[in-house]
Design a protein around this ligand. Sequence first.
Ligand SMILES: [Mg+2]
Length: 330
Amino acid sequence: MNEEKDLKKKILIAEDDPISRRLLEVFLTRWGYQVSVAASGIEALELLEKADAPRLAVLDWMMPGLEGVQVCRKIRERKDRPYIYILLLSARTQKEDLLLGLESGADDYLTKPFDAQELRARLHVGQRILQLQDGLMVAGAELLFRATHDSLTGIANRDVILDSLRREHSRQVREGGSFGIVLLDVDHFKSVNDTFGHLCGDAVLQEVVRRVTSTVRAYDTVGRYGGEEFLIVAPSSGAEGILRLSERVRLAIETEPIKTDGGEISVTLSLGLAVSSEATPLDPKIMLSTADEALYRAKAEGRNRSEMGILEDSGSATIVEIAPVKIGSQ
Ligand SMILES: [Mg+2]
């Protein structure tokens, strides 16, 4: 809220003529603005480059060094900065001047000598535009979040986690090394929904995600792959590392029942693993199908277990059986 207050209050005046400058300062202060003053275009630009710069600026056109329109152009060149609403002041009254001023990036234009009430009203317009602009930024950020995250669990959605997988693959192509993925599925999830209802089912998925995300390393990515299927992309992991990670995740779920409004529910995970190693780099699609095969086997072998999928060679879809890892429990 402070920011909104600042947005309304802070303003910059750039005017080389001391009398006009003082006059503007007196008016704007009286209207409740928090006024910064610059006596030249260069000074104005410096002030507007600061992190906490005013978002409203009244710039005189004719100033030695850097003119108002030049300041405008420089401000508009900056991307990824909060928008600054600029009102140009000029003794020039020709239509061409007005057009040139607006083309340089000014939002509004007022001729000197200015009418104080008109200036005040036009600055109100500027404040309104800034508020709309900021509202749009917030809405845009919210839309982006919704488009990239799973609404139930708040983690990356399918598109984003698959992007992470492709990115990790590209990184491996460039830099070598190995990485792994874990495809995990909540065992008998349908019966959780059937027995306890969908709200409890949702609560189970949320808690599973909470435990999984707090178990993986900071640089691993977790996303919702399907209904009760989740995918972990784990950079810098070989076969051993990904098995350890998978087992930590499995135990984090198995060890403690999940508390829901419908009572405590014990769930387990089946996990299918795949590694793309420096010696045998795998295409993301092959990696996914390998992990999927391994997950299928984990289900077939009795669930609540990790299975590693390994290709005989990168061209073959055959999975070589390796000893399943089972730590701590049946
Ligand atoms: Mg001047």
